[in-house]
Design a protein around this ligand. Structure first.
Ligand code: NQM
Length: 360
C-alpha cells in the first residue's frame, strides 16, 4: 500500500472527480497512469476496488498548478480514467470538471480571493486544448462558498453559481472549427456536421438513424445496431477531423439531434463516445450550439434560434437543458459562457495498490 497522496473529491457540474495539486502526483506519465487506474479501481465495470463510480462521468481527474504563464492564474490538465479498460487519456478537455478548478485552487491557496468583492475571477489555462477559461466564483468574506440558490439540470440540490467564460476555443483539438472545411459532409452514408468549438463532436439528425430523438438512455444503449453504426461513423469522422485513429480515444463525441421538445433550441442525445451521457458535456453543448447557429448545417434546420447578437441557446438533453450564452458579431461567435455549480465532497489522501509511488 502506498503512503497516500493528497486529493480532493469534488462534483464539478454534472461530473465528479479527484482534484490533485500537480506537485503531489507522480510526474512520470506511466507511474501516474498506474497510480490513477489503481485509485479509481479500473478496469472494472463497477470500479469496486477504487473511488470511481462505474461511469465515465465519475472517473475523472484534474491536475492543477499555479501558472507561470502571463495573465493566467492556474494551469489545469484533465485526465479521463477509463472504467473498464487500462487507459488514462488526456485527449479531451472537460468543462464540467473545469467548474471545480477555481474553488480547488482557492482551497489549496494557489490564489487569494479578491478582497472587498463578493466574487473572484480566475484565469485558467486548459492544458488539454491550450485554451483559456475565465471562471468567476462567489467569495464572500474572501472565502470560497459552495452554498447558493443555483440549480443546474442533472444535479438535485442548489449551490453557488460558477460562471465559465470562453473567448476563443475554436478548433480546440482539431485546429479548426469545421475540420473538414464544410458545415455538412456525407460520411458512411450519413449527413453529418463535424465541429470543434471546445470539444470535437459529430452531429447527426435522429431521423437518419431511425430514431425520434426522445429515446431514453437505456433504450439507446441497448440498441447494438445503433451503437455499431455510430462507432463505424465515428472512426471515419475521427480521421477527417485530423484526430487520427480514434478507436482508443474518447473524441469525437457523437451527438444525435432532433427538433426541440420543450422550448429549447435543439434536443440532443450524446454518446461520449460509447455510453450515452445523462445530460451533455459543457464543451459538447457549446459545440452543438455553435453547429445550430451555422447556416447550412442539418442542425440549423431543426433549431429554434433566439434573436439578437447575444443568444441564450438552450440545449435540451435527457435530464433537462443546458444553457449556452453565445455572443455573436457579424455572424461569428466571439465568446461563449455557461453557468455551472460545484461542491467539495471530501478532502484527504487517496491510496493506490502500488507500493512506493511518490510524486517523482
Ligand atoms: O464536454 C463528458 C462531462 C463530459 C465532458 C464527456 C464535458 C465537456 O459531462 O466539456 O464536460 O463528454 O466526456 O463531464
Amino acid at each position: 500500500m502506498s503512503e497516500g497522496i493528497p486529493a480532493m473529491w469534488m462534483r464539478g457540474g454534472t461530473s465528479k472527480g479527484l482534484y490533485f495539486l500537480k506537485e503531489d502526483i507522480p510526474a512520470n506519465k506511466a507511474k501516474r497512469e498506474q497510480f490513477l487506474l489503481s485509485v479509481f479501481g479500473s478496469p472494472d465495470k463497477l470500479q469496486i476496488n477504487g473511488v470511481g463510480g462505474g461511469s465515465p462521468l465519475t472517473s475523472k481527474v484534474a491536475i492543477v498548478s499555479k501558472s507561470r504563464r502571463p495573465n493566467i492564474d492556474v494551469d489545469y490538465l484533465f485526465l479521463q480514467v477509463a472504467v473498464d479498460d487500462y487507459a488514462v487519456s488526456s485527449a479531451q478537455n472537460c468543462g464540467n470538471i473545469l467548474a471545480g478548478i477555481a474553488p480547488f485552487a482557492i482551497e489549496r491557496g494557489l490564489l487569494r480571493p479578491e478582497k472587498e468583492k463578493q466574487k473572484t475571477s480566475v484565469r485558467i489555462f486548459m492544458e488539454n486544448s491550450r485554451k483559456v477559461a475565465i471562471a468567476t466564483v462567489e467569495t464572500p468574506e474572501s472565502k470560497i462558498t459552495y452554498t447558493g440558490h443555483t440549480y443546474i439540470d442533472g444535479v438535485t440540490f442548489p449551490s453557488a453559481p460558477i460562471s465559465l467564460e470562453f473567448l476563443d476555443i475554436e478548433g480546440s483539438l482539431c485546429g479548426k472549427l469545421l475540420p473538414s472545411g464544410n458545415p455538412k459532409d456525407e460520411v458512411d452514408g450519413y449527413s453529418v456536421t463535424m465541429i470543434d468549438n471546445g470539444m470535437p463532436c459529430v452531429i447527426i439528425e435522429a431521423g437518419q438513424l431511425g430514431l425520434e430523438g426522445n429515446e431514453n438512455l437505456e433504450e439507446l444503449e441497448k440498441n447494438c445496431a445503433l451503437r455499431e453504426s455510430l462507432e463505424r461513423l465515428r472512426l471515419k469522422c475521427g480521421k477527417i477531423m485530423k484526430l487520427g485513429n480514434v478507436k482508443e480515444k474518447t473524441v469525437p463525441k457523437m451527438t444525435i439531434v432532433s427538433k426541440p421538445l420543450s422550448n429549447g433550441m435543439i434536443n440532443t442525445r450524446t454518446f461520449i463516445p460509447h455510453k450515452c451521457h445523462h445530460s451533455i458535456g459543457v464543451f459538447g453543448a457549446i459545440s452543438v450550439a455553435t453547429a445550430c447557429l451555422i447556416e447550412d448545417t442539418p442542425a440549423n434546420k431543426l433549431s429554434l434560434i433566439p434573436s439578437g447578437e447575444k443568444k441564450l441557446c438552450a440545449i435540451e438533453h435527457p435530464s433537462g437543458k443546458m444553457e449556452v450564452l453565445a455572443e455573436l458579431r457579424n455572424n461569428k461567435i466571439i465568446s461563449t459562457a455557461i453557468l455551472r455549480t460545484a461542491r467539495k465532497l471530501f478532502d484527504g489522501v487517496v491510496f493506490s495498490n502500488n507500493d512506493g509511488l511518490k510524486a517523482s
